[in-house]
Ligand binder design. Structure first.
Ligand code: GAR
Length: 196
């Protein structure tokens, strides 16, 4: 049997997207999640991952930005793609160079709206409510060396009503993320032309 395409997931927090992706690709014929990496030793994503028998790796800022340890480990594991699932640090140039157009991120808004450094999670939904946006959504995009500026692969929208709280917006976004993130990853890896 030919080798599966191998994904490393990077995540900083709760890990609902990471776990959803792990579940989706469990027993997939041609794609496998090999490892989940986190910059936070106590991130809940690590518990979720271990439950599925997938290996985890925690790293600190110095190791990530001032050494090649993570890149070397990804190479040793023959990782083909990186997926950022709620990972909040900027990706170093060395990883971007080694994985050209092979790092995928999800952002909980319709980029270029509500993107950039510091715009993540609830901060995004609070901005949507504060600015009385009539709609919001998710953006799945490739990663370059600037926050939230890589090529957009997919967007899905949801209406925002004037009564919606940030928590209610978050719930709508969560539903979109659960539905579309794994499918879009699969499409990019197996049928990239369908996303152009
Ligand atoms: C998700 O909503 C994701 O879109 C967002 O963080 C959340 C992580 O939730 N990412 C960003 O804001 C990136 N700028 P999770 O840990 O439960 O998957």
């Amino acid at each position: 049997m030919s080798q599966k395409i191998k994904i490393a997931i990077f995540a900083s927090g709760n890990g609902s997207n990471a776990e959803n992706i792990i579940t989706y690709f469990n027993n997939h014929p041609s794609i496998a999640i090999s490892i989940v990496l986190s910059n936070k030793a106590d991130a809940y994503v690590l518990q979720r991952t271990s439950k599925h028998g997938i290996k985890t790796r925690v790293f600190g800022r110095d190791e990530f930005y001032n050494s090649s340890a993570i890149l070397e480990e990804l190479k040793d594991d023959n990782i083909d793609y990186i997926v950022l699932a709620g990972f909040l640090w900027l990706i170093p140039e060395s990883l971007i160079t080694h994985f050209p157009n092979r790092i995928i991120n999800i952002h909980p808004a319709l980029l270029p709206k509500h993107g950039g450094k510091g715009m993540y999670g609830m901060h995004v939904h609070e901005a949507v409510v504060a600015q009385h946006d009539k709609e919001t959504g998710i953006t799945i995009h490739l990663v370059n060396s600037r926050y939230d500026e890589g090529r957009v692969l997919f967007q899905a929208k949801t209406p925002v009503s004037p009564e919606d709280t940030a928590d209610e917006v978050a719930a709508k976004i969560h539903t979109l993320e659960m539905t579309y993130f794994p499918k879009t990853i699969e499409q990019l890896l197996l049928k990239p032309e369908s996303l152009e």
